[in-house]
Design a binder for this molecule. Sequence first.
Ligand SMILES: [Zn+2]
Length: 432
Amino acid sequence: MIWSKAETLPRLELEKLQTSRLKETIARVYGVVPFYQQKFKEMGIVPEDIKSIKDITKLPFTRKQDLRDNYPFGMFAVNQDAVVRIHSSSGTTGKPTVVGYTKSDMDVWNEVMARVFTMSGINSEDTVHNAYGYGLFTGGLGVHNGAETVGATVVPSSGGFTSRQLLLMKDFNSTVLTSTPSFALHMAETAKKEGYDIKKDFKLKCGIFGAEPTSVGLKEEVSRVWGIDYYEIYGLSEIIGPGVSNSCCESRDLHIFEDHFYPEIVDSKTGEVLPYGEKGELVITTLTKQALPIIRYRTGDITSLDLTPCKCGRTHVRMKSVMGRVDDMLIVNGVNIFPSQVEHVLSNISDITLNYQIIANKKGYLDSLEIMVEVTEEMPMDSIGALEKIQKNIQSELLNNLYINAKIRLVEPRSIERSMGKAIRVIDKRSL
Ligand SMILES: [Zn+2]
């Protein structure tokens, strides 16, 4: 099922729509947002220079820091009385980023989230157990509104209180779980510990997971332990929240809702636009946002785009699942490494789990890499021979597949610190 006709527009029509919406957006920010007025002036551009969507490359980038520098409402393009909702991300350093929505922005958000739910095969007969965090974070409320828009029953359980969540999910016969993949695994682990029979006690058919970079192996793990279909959602509060793209039933790739968000892939160092198929940093321009229109936002997420037609019938471009963050990428002795690549290698090795931590350090002038990996419950920690064999196996697989030399340390189950929200997979001691 497809929620909106806009998802199947022929590419040429889509481009026309993008062009007219981009022009409107540029005129709006040029008129009222001092940050963009200044940027356009510096680059010697006026709105009339933008004649088609292809001219977007003439426009300046926007970075997270720009939102922080204009904290709280300096980038807003409407007066306060038109704003109906504020969200904010908790910045780990410096000021938080604040985003705002008008009534029409909320309509767009509900619309794209309704597309996400429909794409994941969910309708009014479903009960959605929503374990994304509610509050200033956009995850909880964004998913909530989308589920209501398609007429599903929503259980707004938010994060934490895992035992109670399991009880409600079972007693309410929830058919859909929405959460981060790591929380879904944490829930499954708790369910097993508490004696639930996962496949019998729960009525789940699918889940919509996101908000953290996730390897194929981890997705398969979530799908396997719960016995459900895995749909992946992508989004970020600076653009709208969850609902920028979602995977369809025909492909693991995620369709970007291009009538509202225009994607580009750029070289993260030079800012140069890269062709379809090439891996780089995702940049997004909002085409319909009123309160906080954003031009060429540097998401920091690494992915690539694919225009190959999809069997599902949607014409919107597909993005690969995010491989990592520009700032998560480790350069170890000159080799680029993403945690997701390491995870993929680990997912093909038995007797270990996908709970791991990559620790980069310096030994003299050279970088050294250590990877801690938890073994499975069934693997006894005193069978030295077997453990050594696994260690050697991981080492040679990493060397053969990723050309990296790492020391492997196998540890007991649940000994690496868990994070309920976003998993921190990398500790770089070289910069400490
Ligand atoms: Zn598709």
